[in-house]
Ligand binder design. Structure first.
Ligand code: NGO
Length: 651
């Protein structure tokens, strides 16, 4: 997404196909003031801990998984072995302990103590330790996020942090219905949102344009209803095994999946799949536009409830989390009475499976019965709403997603190349400057379960689009959900946010470089388009959307086909290489990467991106000598490599 970000704020210098781009500076050692979301209490000391190459990660039986997760992050960039060992007296290394934390940390918080000798994280639960690990990551230099070994030193500023969340629910949503997003994209997103202590990922699994989850009793939902998307692309769906893989991947990162089947409106994909679900018995065509409010399940037909019962039953069986989201928004093709009749039959189907009903705030209508522990998700643009206050008066909790503050699909400015603007333009400050505890009149903080930043995908097609719209706004919403209101301060927040920029660059997140934030001074990034490189056994093409420059290279199905760039570096040193590619197959298309004839990445995996027009970047760190170097990406399988858009070299 760098393309969009940089188009907005930068003048590009183009000469013979080489584009010089600004980039982030080398990382500085972090301070305790840099953490997002800002912790409850921070007491810095003068001490500095430097991770030695022989350090161990000490765990107890209940903290071993978090220790393994932390080791997985630290080993990549440090190159250290970091063995996991049984915890004793914490006198060296990094200890993850389930006792001794300040009692205020509760179920999700942690206490972190850093001295010159050791790092000690304490919590009451593995979740608390996991949250503490996210803080520890941010206290290490940004290069700790590198996918390849960096020189360090790996310092952690000394002191004590005691920290716990303001709200138990800190979520984000991804609409996989308008545009389908493959499992690999979801997993990458999960890894990134975890860094900001987001603990719920809501997946909008069905809408007019697509049905994205296999339901065995109604198989055409996925195979037919999932066969397209906005704009007419191929769409897609998750098998049950894939969905369970997502659930497990999220759970390992202490994130709960909230699956949504939107009903009774937003159901054209289901109605197109089964004629019986329509009042007139006639299936409409599949829909690939972006209008809303035209479709409805037939609320007067008994088969509708058989259908919903079957769907919710299979979904509940795949969902360890407490919530099943039943949608309920924009049911404009249904009368208010029919809507209430429908919801009053559907909600008990959720609670019968020991799940809690969650829905858009329209389910708060007084004719819709309250069900135990119900959660309504507020998505309005105003600061008062009778549906929400009615629901709250009956005992519902509210997840705050005000569309004019928290919607990640709104444009930042009128110049943002993707996104919508019906709820307004949402720059970073707008996303940050509201208080979930007082935002809707009549909804006290005690009735607020938390916050959620939804990302609808009418215009959001690629993984890079997701990054660009989520960063840096999602960390702003995460801070509203985690940090005490007493810490809320735009000036301090924008300084903390700026420090995240180099971290995101190293993580390969091409974020929106908001002019509201003073990002650290740039090093240099140069982009080399593949179509201008030396190509062997490949052809330049311009037939898939989303590439940069004038084209991309499509390899012939010949092993050893390759793209070779000549790059220049003014001085010797490490550089981050970013290869942008698309792989519309489901098979890995590995490539060997060489620098001046030396193999630096052997059969580097280039996994399927979901479609040939879906581009992702693969990042690796190398050492370049001063002067010119030859960087080659060569396919190693007989089917050839992925399509290659460009190579970026960042120093
Ligand atoms: C609305 C609508 C969605 C759109 C979204 C776009 C809700 C809850 N219903 O939000 O169908 O995709 O706006 O911003």
């Amino acid at each position: 997404m760098g393309r969009f970000a940089r188009m907005v704020v930068t003048v590009l210098l183009v000469s013979s196909g080489v584009i010089v781009l600004p980039a982030s500076a080398p990382a500085v050692a972090a301070t305790m003031a840099d953490v997002v979301p800002v912790p409850v209490s921070t007491q810095p000391s003068a001490a500095v801990y430097t991770l030695p190459s022989g350090a161990s990660i000490f765990t107890e039986p209940g903290s071993a998984d978090v220790g393994t997760y932390l080791a997985g992050i630290l080993r990549r960039s440090t190159g250290y072995a970091l063995p996991i060992a049984a915890a004793g007296q914490p006198t060296s290394g990094i200890s993850l302990l389930l006792s001794g934390a300040d009692p205020s940390v509760g179920a999700q918080g942690y206490q972190l103590d850093v001295t010159a000798a050791a790092v000690v994280l304490r919590a009451q639960t593995a979740t608390g330790l996991f949250n503490g690990v996210q803080t520890l990551r941010q206290l290490l230099p940004a290069e700790i996020e590198s996918a390849t070994v960096r020189p360090g030193p790996w310092t952690v500023p000394g002191g004590r942090i005691v920290d716990y969340p303001r709200f138990p629910y800190r979520g984000t949503m991804l609409d996989v219905a308008r545009h389908f997003h493959p499992v690999a994209t979801i997993k990458q997103h999960i890894d990134r949102i975890a860094l900001y202590k987001i603990n719920y990922l809501h997946l909008h699994l069905s809408d007019d344009q697509g049905w994205r989850i296999v339901v065995d009793t109604w198989p055409r939902l996925a195979t037919f209803g999932g066969s397209t998307q906005v704009g007419g692309g191929a769409g897609g769906y998750y098998t049950k095994a894939q969905f369970q893989d997502i659930v497990a991947y999220a759970a390992a990162r202490h994130i709960t999946i909230v699956p949504e089947i939107d009903m009774p409106g937003h159901t054209n994909a289901a109605l197109a799949s089964y004629a019986d679900l329509n009042c007139n018995g006639v299936a409409p065509a599949l829909y690939t536009g972006t209008a809303v409010g035209f479709s409805s399940l037939c609320t007067t037909k008994e088969i509708t409830y058989t259908f919903v019962n079957d769907v919710l039953g299979e979904l509940a069986a795949l969902t360890p989390g407490p919530y099943l989201h039943v949608g309920g928004d924009e049911a404009s093709a249904t009368s208010a009475a029919q809507y209430a009749t429908f919801m009053n039959r559907v909600q008990p189907l959720v609670t019968a499976r020991n799940k809690t009903v969650m829905g858009w705030h329209q389910i708060g209508a007084s004719a819709v019965q309250h069900s135990a522990n119900r959660v309504v998700q507020y998505w309005g643009t105003g600061t008062s709403d009778s549906l929400v206050t009615t629901a709250v008066s009956r005992g519902a909790k509210v997840v705050m997603s005000p569309a004019n503050k928290a919607y990640l699909d709104m444009k930042y400015t009128s110049a943002t190349p993707i996104g919508l603007s019906w709820a307004g333009l949402i720059e970073v400050q707008t996303a940050y400057e509201w208080n979930p505890g007082t935002h809707v009149s009549g909804v006290p903080a005690t009735a607020v379960l938390g916050v959620e930043a939804p990302m609808w995908t009418e215009t959001i097609v690629t993984e890079e689009h997701i990054e660009f719209m989520a960063f840096p706004r999602l960390p702003a919403i995460a801070e509203l959900g985690w940090s005490p209101w007493s810490t809320h301060d735009w000036t301090a927040f924008r300084a903390r946010l700026a420090v995240q920029g180099p971290r995101w660059t190293i993580m390969g997140i091409d974020f929106y470089r908001s002019p509201q934030i003073t990002w650290p001074a740039a090093g240099s990034t140069v982009r080399y388009e593949a179509e201008n490189a030396a190509i062997s056994q490949g052809v330049v093409e311009a037939n898939h959307a989303g590439y940069s420059g004038t084209g991309f290279v499509n390899y012939d199905s010949v092993a050893g086909s390759r793209v070779q760039w000549t790059v220049t570096a003014p001085a010797a040193g490490t550089a981050t290489l970013r290869l942008r590619y698309a792989n519309g197959t489901t098979a890995n298309r590995p490539m060997d990467i060489t620098v001046n004839g030396t193999l630096v990445a052997d059969e580097l995996a280039f996994a399927g991106t979901g479609a040939w027009a879906t581009w992702q970047t693969r990042t690796l760190t190398v050492t370049l000598p001063a002067g010119t170097s030859t960087i080659r990406a060569a396919a190693t399988t007989a089917i050839g490599g992925p399509n290659v858009d460009y190579l970026e070299v960042q120093r």
